[in-house]
Design a protein around this ligand. Structure first.
Ligand SMILES: C[S@@+](CC[C@H](N)C(=O)[O-])C[C@H]1O[C@@H](n2cnc3c(N)ncnc32)[C@H](O)[C@@H]1O
Length: 372
């Protein structure tokens, strides 16, 4: 199975869809990314090259569906409009916006474009014109023409690796990461090493591809789920999913060896690991980097409702891969188990996560050998 042919967040706009269960990602976008996006766009609009070409090319990588990609399109349009007013630009001097919406081919692009079609900012003929296109494909490869993109945005997508590293499996194909579904405190050192190496390899590939596509002095804002420490630690949501699956093993509903062979292509890096990939690849400099702790469904008082909301969030991102491994019917029992395990966890602690947000600027001169 090739991950890039199957991975997608839960499609549609139903109760369990990603579109309705992505509050954390949406909060990161509105609370943290927004001011950094505005800052980068303003700086780009003050730049003569864009004013002369009158085109601003923006890419949202791993856009999925739901509020974040829609809010990004709206924010870019509004920022171009307000900055152009400040600069007293005539209508025909205001840059037109080309938005590239990227995700893997099985993303629910139909729903994305149905929602985009209803956006008022896209009524052309207003001060700033914005044109939106879909770019299906993996961001671990080239997506756009050389030297064409001014601003790249990617929210909560880069924690997805291109694959589960091959060396997690022994010579007969059994997983050596038995007591977890991503790396954890109890993962064997060779498994930890394999996941870390995969992250370094993927992130350098990502940066190399973007280095070819982004113009000199262009910006890139990356927000992803990370880890507060360089030491292997199972994330809270992965732990809850693993516990729920283990309970189904105890109830005889899943075979132990089937659970033991389930590994997710997720890696939550520490700031230092991202920093070292950026430095080693060499095309971008870090303008700003921050890490923040977030508590899932913080605004919900009732613990039962909170637990169900968090269980829906976990289901929205993991459903496809879990169904492929255990069969779709597993969700008839897994969702309630997950909600119960989450409720139990909430009796003692919040469901917390750690986000890392980085604003990068493409260097003016880079070694041409690093181009892809
Ligand atoms: C958690 S969602 C985030 C979606 C959206 N950016 C948001 O803020 O709500 C991660 C998205 O990244 C996409 N993704 C994962 N790996 C990818 C890859 N290699 N290339 C493109 N998209 C990828 C997934 O399909 C998914 O839609």
């Amino acid at each position: 199975m090739n991950l890039k042919d199957v991975l997608h967040m839960k499609e549609g706009d139903g109760e369990f869809s990603y579109a309705h269960n992505c509050t954390i990602q949406e909060k990161i976008f509105s609370g943290v990314n927004k001011p950094m996006v505005e800052r980068a766009l303003r700086s780009l609009l003050l730049n003569d090259t864009i004013r002369q070409s009158r085109i601003l090319n923006v890419a949202d990588l791993g856009c999925s569906i739901g509020p974040s990609p829609i809010n990004l399109i709206s924010l870019v349009s509004k920022t171009v409009e307000s900055t152009s007013k400040e600069l007293n630009l005539e209508d025909d001097q205001v840059p037109e916006i080309q938005m590239y919406m990227n995700d893997l081919p099985t993303n629910d692009f139909n729903l994305l474009f149905k929602t985009v079609g209803t956006m008022q900012v896209l009524e052309h003929g207003t001060t700033s014109s914005c044109f939106v296109v879909g770019v299906p494909g993996s961001f671990y490869g080239r997506l756009l023409p050389r030297n064409s993109v001014h601003f790249v945005h990617s929210n909560y997508a880069l924690q997805w690796l291109s694959k589960v590293p091959q060396s997690v499996y022994d010579e007969v194909g059994n997983s050596m990461n038995k007591e977890s579904i991503t790396i954890s405190e109890s993962s064997p050192p060779n498994v930890v090493k394999a996941y870390k190496a995969q992250f370094q390899q993927d992130s350098k590939l990502f940066l190399g591809c973007r280095s070819s596509e982004v113009v000199p002095n262009g910006y890139m804002l990356l927000a992803l789920k990370g880890s507060p420490s360089i030491h292997p630690q199972l994330s809270c949501t992965s732990r809850l999913l693993y516990r729920a699956l283990s309970n189904l093993v105890s109830k005889g509903l899943i075979k132990e060896n089937v659970l033991e062979s389930f590994d997710m292509p997720l890696y939550f890096p520490a700031k230092e690991e991202i920093q070292s990939a950026i430095t080693e690849e060499g095309s971008f400099e870090i303008e700003k980097m921050e890490g923040i702790v977030n508590h899932a469904a913080k605004e919900i008082e009732n613990k039962q409702t909170k637990a169900e909301t968090i269980a829906k969030t976990i289901r929205a991102f993991s459903e496809t891969l879990v169904s492929l491994h255990f069969g779709e019917n597993i969700w008839n029992v897994l969702f309630d188990e997950l909600a119960q395990v989450t409720l139990k966890h909430l009796e003692v602690a919040p469901v917390d996560g750690f986000s890392i947000i980085i604003l990068l600027k493409k260097k003016l001169c880079i070694e041409t050998s690093s181009r892809i």
